[in-house]
Design a binder for this molecule. Structure first.
Ligand code: PMP
Length: 386
């Protein structure tokens, strides 16, 4: 039997074939279902059966929470793609990169000080950097907003600063670099999107703390498996201590599933990357062509760069369109789109002005098609249509 994909908001019925007219294009979440068709083509190599008695204990044979087999596989995937240096580095897993990012903030905060670490990120920043830091805020760290405003401050040399650098960035896909440097500055590189799916790979990333996730690599966001590649042993140990206290380790079932999926990825050569890149590139090209018909909207910059994975110069194929409303009066770009039956994500979630909206390009093909349809309808009604 042909498996049935997830239905999007515009379809219903057992095989998602019943179209709901006038439905909204829901382009808000980053659910990476664009990879579903790839896995539907790889049923046998990705399937997993786990018997009841298997891996019941808290830890593995070496008394750790980390599967050494998965760790080896992760290193091999990075070596194949050339997107991260993993030799002489420690690897830690967590419940999605969400938990790993949080563990990194705890681990990089000063242990014995009355002055908390100031956590910053450059606008537009990934929503969770702010939300999570504020929610878990302790005397050890607190969120201080836009990293740009800290660049020229003279008092930072006496403060502990943690900068989140999301590269490629969510929401705008840019290959961000750290903007704060100094003896008391620690940087967490969120590399969730540093895969050929979304960006040229100019060189293997080699930062002190780099965070990745299965969610944006294979698309298995629900497995909740992320990891960090860490240079410093003390930081690694502190992150491990956090995992022990926070969740008594890391789900072995999630690690097993990740193992199965990454093994399938490696067995297929470059197939998943080719599929993901072609899908994202084609979606980006379609979106860019659609938006170029209007003078009312624009998209983020997309300067080509050399990609070592494809040995060619290529553009970004970002997970999200960072749409800007150009007209003076369109200060609430989200509302402009909402009136046209398009649900994006508000810019204030990224610390940015309301003139921007994030549009997700990583959902199902149906989701994407409806988004383009609604954008075309909106743009064709515009006086300013080119
Ligand atoms: N970092 C970035 C930049 C993301 O966009 C996301 C998910 N949207 C995450 C981390 C968290 O992903 P997960 O917890 O599924 O690994």
């Amino acid at each position: 039997n042909k498996p049935v994909c997830s239905c999007n908001a515009c379809f219903t019925g057992p095989d998602c074939s019943h179209f709901i007219p006038h439905c909204a294009a829901v382009a808000d979440s980053g659910n990476p279902l664009f990879l579903e068709p790839f896995w539907m083509q790889h049923l046998a190599s990705s399937a997993l059966v786990v018997v009841g008695w298997h891996q019941m204990g808290y830890t593995y044979e070496d008394s750790t929470y980390v599967s050494k087999e998965l760790e080896k596989l992760v290193r091999r995937v990075h070596a194949t793609v050339g997107n991260a240096v993993t030799g002489n580095r420690f690897i830690i897993f967590g419940a999605g990169s969400t938990q790993v990012l949080n563990a990194a903030v705890f681990a990089l905060s000063p242990e014995n000080t009355s002055s908390p670490a100031r956590v910053v990120s450059s606008v537009p920043y990934y929503t969770l950097n702010k939300e999570q830091t504020e929610y878990f805020s302790t005397e050890k760290f607190e969120f201080e907003g836009d990293a740009h405003t800290w660049r020229n401050r003279s008092d930072t040399s006496s403060m502990n600063v943690i900068e989140f650098v999301t590269s490629p960035n969510n929401p705008d896909g840019q290959l961000n670099k750290a903007i704060l440097h100094g003896p008391n500055v620690k940087t967490i590189y969120d590399r969730a999107y540093y895969w050929p799916h979304f960006t040229p790979i100019p060189a293997p990333a080699d930062e002190d703390v780099m965070v990745f996730t299965l969610s944006k690599l294979t698309g298995h966001a629900g497995t909740r498996l992320g990891w960090a590649v860490i240079k410093d042993e003390t930081v690694f140990k502190r992150m491990m201590a956090h995992m022990r206290l926070n969740s008594m380790g890391i789900s072995k079932d999630a690690q097993l599933r990740a193992f199965r999926l990454l093994k399938a990825v490696l067995e297929e050569g470059t197939e998943i990357f080719d599929f993901a890149y072609q899908t994202m590139k084609s979606r980006w090209d379609t979106l860019a062509r659609t938006i170029s018909m209007s003078s009312r909207f624009s998209l983020q910059e997309n300067n080509p760069q050399y990609c070592t994975f494809y040995s060619k110069i290529r553009q970004l194929s970002p997970a999200y369109g960072w749409l800007k409303c150009e007209r003076e009066e369109d200060k609430d770009c989200y509302a402009v789109l909402e009136a046209a039956n398009i649900i994006g994500r508000r810019a204030n979630q990224y610390g940015a002005e309301g003139r921007y909206v994030r549009l997700s390009l990583v959902k199902t093909e149906d989701d994407f098609d409806i988004l383009i349809q609604r954008l075309n309808e909106l743009i064709s009604k515009e006086d300013g249509a080119k």
